[in-house]
Design a protein around this ligand. Structure first.
Ligand code: NOJ
Length: 767
């Protein structure tokens, strides 16, 4: 280990900096014991040149994978020069111990102070072994399993040299046209907050300096999920009430859970790009919430402020971003080129630079990078941990828990294990790539288990596979659908002929994994390509169809819901996808997932979400039912196809005895309630018991329902369990349109049930 590094490592170092030159031999160093990270950071900041401090605020993409537009000045030589000169604080998308060691070595051995790099990567739902996409995981409502899944991801990523993930994405979204809904936890801020905390805990563990934990990054701050019309990178226009009550809670929950970093967003809020948004970054995040970590911009988003027309040039963009509180520049290459002069010209106070660099250095200290910059570069550990077979069990467990049973007429599911002729149809049934989703940079192509492979494990039936039709043609990764949707129906006949003789037809249809994700917005969320036609053709000759959906967003499948007897939502389930689907199809696992996002009847209903406002005209006029003057569409019902929180089981549950200890409570009292749930079916099953409230009258209008609690329980056949919930001042309050949290006296309604459409309710008054 090099000498200058050791000085920092033992942190008995206070360096009295004599001459601020590029030759570290000219330093005079004295030692004394330093305890806290803040002191370590302060002592380091004191010896850093302005340039070096700005260098900490600079992040470059590695030389291999690209996850955004490539900057013209992004060539390897400049990056190498900057690394040597201590002008890089972090690299992203460098992976594998060898590559990470190589870049780290340059920073450590060739730069003046040898400050280690923090290595970021999009570890979204796993590194090589992949869990289900985050939206699917959210459908489990199983916080323990979600935390475990993030732990597995952290273990593999950290073994491959990575110490920082750009996850979790905690953007709430109500728009399934937006391709990135696959990366979030859906539409609800309460569920979203719980999942944000589970993921942060999973990645960061209890000890960030442990070698198998990594820093998390709550993104995208803020309101990216409200991109207008679901169009990627579009403008956002939401009011304060939505900002504070819907968008911000999961970020706040992540901050309270000690998330180390936040990433800002590509969108604007109230006319100000998030990257330069002082209100969001300083007023709310750093001041009000007292966030101690650092903020990274999204890819090139400083530069894009010029394109937005918010800043006139790069210099202005650097100024606005730094003043607003964006601490690290991802791939704009602007901090490194502009900030020094801005400080010298007195436009930016050096304290702003010190603050940003200090925040970044503090996280590096917490990660233990100053103790050993190569601690994540142990090749033996990489071999042992990455793709460890034990991880397969964890992601299989998560995959099964993520599946949602949407329809099951006449108990068509589970399938009988013997004596059946099963015909499996759909290109996606034979896909080993699509189940991996679109965020799978490190994992090898075609490493997912296909549904066909999963079903082949059940040998008691006669299984025939027919493709029927492709979803898309060719490589879908960086290509728009316009050019790749297939129109080829030449294999329909083969599939239909086979289906004629089947006892049950299983059709795996939906989106390819690359059809959702970043820059994958769609205006049409039906089954892509000719799949709908294929479904209808097969249905004409055999109605015993189980539709297995693959998708990264809610789809509009109104026809299927009307005609197809059994529908299973299986998203993109990761490495073990096919095994999970097969186990659920055959009843070796009883599905218990619940939708984290509403499924619309058609795309025109979007945005459609359960926690909407009542409006002044929510129902048809009782006295003049023929009149049209109420809040509705004239061509489709107001209700969604499947509501938030919805999902069936192979068994059934009865809810009864919703009990409140009294009906009037004072504002500081806890409100205890209980409900009995009985398994009334024929199989052991799990149920997510959900509690919603409605604040009937308030100083700003409140949603018709708001999720305020849930519990995942398991019940044997005939078993009854009592679930207790506690509400309090915090759960009954809300943010005013000024951003102040208030709890107002008045009447509240409580609903409990197995989805957001539940009507089982009671009331109480808060005095
Ligand atoms: C852009 C995405 O918006 C962000 O979520 C991601 O982490 C970065 N690219 C880095 O890949």
């Amino acid at each position: 280990m090099n000498i200058k590094f050791k000085l920092i490592q033992y942190i008995i170092v206070i360096i009295m900096f004599m001459a601020c030159t590029d030759n570290h031999n000219e330093k005079t160093i004295t030692y004394s014991k330093i305890d806290s990270i803040n002191e370590k950071v302060d002592s380091l900041i004191k010896i850093m040149t302005l340039k070096e401090k700005i260098g900490q605020m600079n992040q470059y993409n590695g030389f291999w994978d690209v996850t955004g537009p490539v900057p013209d000045n992004g060539d390897a030589e400049i990056k190498y020069e900057h690394l040597k000169n201590g002008l890089v604080g972090s690299m992203l998308s460098v992976r594998g111990t060898k590559a990470v060691r190589a870049v780290q070595k340059i920073a450590i051995e060739e730069s003046r102070l040898g400050i280690p790099l923090i290595i970021g990567f999009d570890v979204i739902h796993g590194y090589k072994t992949l869990s289900p996409i985050p939206l699917a995981e959210a459908a489990s409502w199983d916080l323990e399993a979600i935390e475990k899944s993030a732990q597995v991801a952290a273990a593999e990523a950290s073994a491959a040299g990575i110490n920082w993930t750009f996850a979790p994405m905690v953007d709430i979204s109500r728009d399934p046209r937006w391709g990135r809904v696959m990366e979030g936890a859906g539409e609800d801020p309460f569920l979203g907050s719980k999942i944000a905390v589970a993921r942060v805990k999973g990645f960061q563990g209890d000890d960030l300096s442990a070698v198998n934990t990594i820093a998390a990054c709550a993104k995208h701050f803020a309101a990216y999920g409200f991109s207008e019309a679901g169009k990627e990178y579009n403008t956002v226009d939401i009011g304060n009430s939505t900002l504070h009550n819907i968008v911000l809670p999961p970020f706040k929950a992540a901050v309270n859970a000690d998330v180390k970093t936040l990433m800002n967003a590509f969108n604007e809020h109230d006319g100000v790009p998030a990257t330069g948004n002082e209100y969001l970054l300083r007023n709310i995040l750093k001041d009000k919430w007292d966030f101690k970590g650092f903020v990274i911009t999204d890819w090139a988003s400083i530069k894009e402020m010029v394109v937005w027309g918010y800043t006139k040039d790069k210099r202005d963009a650097a100024k606005m971003a730094a003043l607003a509180g964006s601490d690290m520049d991802m791939e704009s290459h602007i901090y490194v080129s502009e900030l020094e002069q801005l400080v010298k010209d007195g436009v930016i106070d050096e304290k702003i630079i010190d603050e940003a660099a200090s925040r970044i250095l503090a996280v590096k200290f917490e990660l233990g990078l100053f103790d050993d910059p190569y601690r994540y570069c142990d090749e033996a550990r990489e071999k042992e941990v990455v793709n460890n077979p034990e991880h397969l069990d964890a992601v299989l467990d998560m995959a099964k828990k993520s599946i949602v049973l949407l329809k099951n007429e006449n108990d068509l599911l589970p399938l009988k294990k013997e004596g059946q002729n099963i015909v499996l149809i759909g290109a996606l049934a034979n896909e080993k790539n699509s189940p991996l989703g679109s965020w799978r940079i490190a994992s090898k192509d075609n490493t997912g288990v296909s549904v066909l492979e999963g079903m082949q494990n059940y040998k008691g039936n006669n299984l025939v596979y027919k493709k029927g039709a492709d979803v898309t043609v060719g490589d879908t990764q960086f290509v728009d659908e316009l050019t790749i949707n297939t129109t080829d129906k030449s294999e329909f006949k083969d599939a239909i002929d086979a289906a004629k003789k089947a006892d049950v037809v299983v059709m795996v249809l939906g989106e390819h994994g690359f059809q959702s994700g970043e820059a994958r917005s769609r205006t049409d969320i039906d089954l892509p390509g000719v799949q709908q036609e294929l479904l209808e053709e097969v249905y004409k000759i055999n109605k015993n169809i189980v539709l297995v959906l693959n998708n990264g967003r809610p789809l509009s499948i109104t026809w299927a819901d009307k005609h197809i007897p059994a529908i299973l939502e299986t998203w993109q389930l990761g490495t073990q996808a096919g095994h999970a689907v097969a186990q659920v199809l055959y009843g070796d696992y009883n599905p218990s997932g619940k939708l984290p996002m509403t499924f619309p009847r058609n795309v025109g209903q979007i945005p459609i979400y359960y926690n909407h406002k009542n409006t002044g005209r929510p129902v048809r006029d009782a006295y003049n039912p023929d009149l049209v003057f109420w809040s509705h569409y004239s061509d489709v019902e107001n209700t969604p196809l499947y509501p938030f929180g919805y999902g069936l089981s192979y068994t059934t549950f009865k809810y009864e005895n919703l009990a409140l200890e009294k009906t009037v409570f004072s504002i500081n009292e806890n409100i205890n309630l209980s409900i009995d749930i009985t398994n009334t079916g024929k199989m052991t099953g799990k149920e997510v018991v959900q509690l919603y409230i409605r604040d009937l009258v308030a100083s700003t209008t409140r949603p018709v329902k708001e999720l305020k609690g849930f519990e995942l329980i398991e019940l044997q056949v005939g078993e009854t369990k009592t679930v207790n919930f506690v509400l309090n001042k915090a759960s009954l309050g809300f943010y005013s349109n000024q951003g102040d949290f208030i709890t107002e006296p008045g009447e509240f309604e409580i609903f409990v049930g197995g989805n957001s459409n539940t009507t089982l309710n009671t009331r109480f008054e808060l005095k």
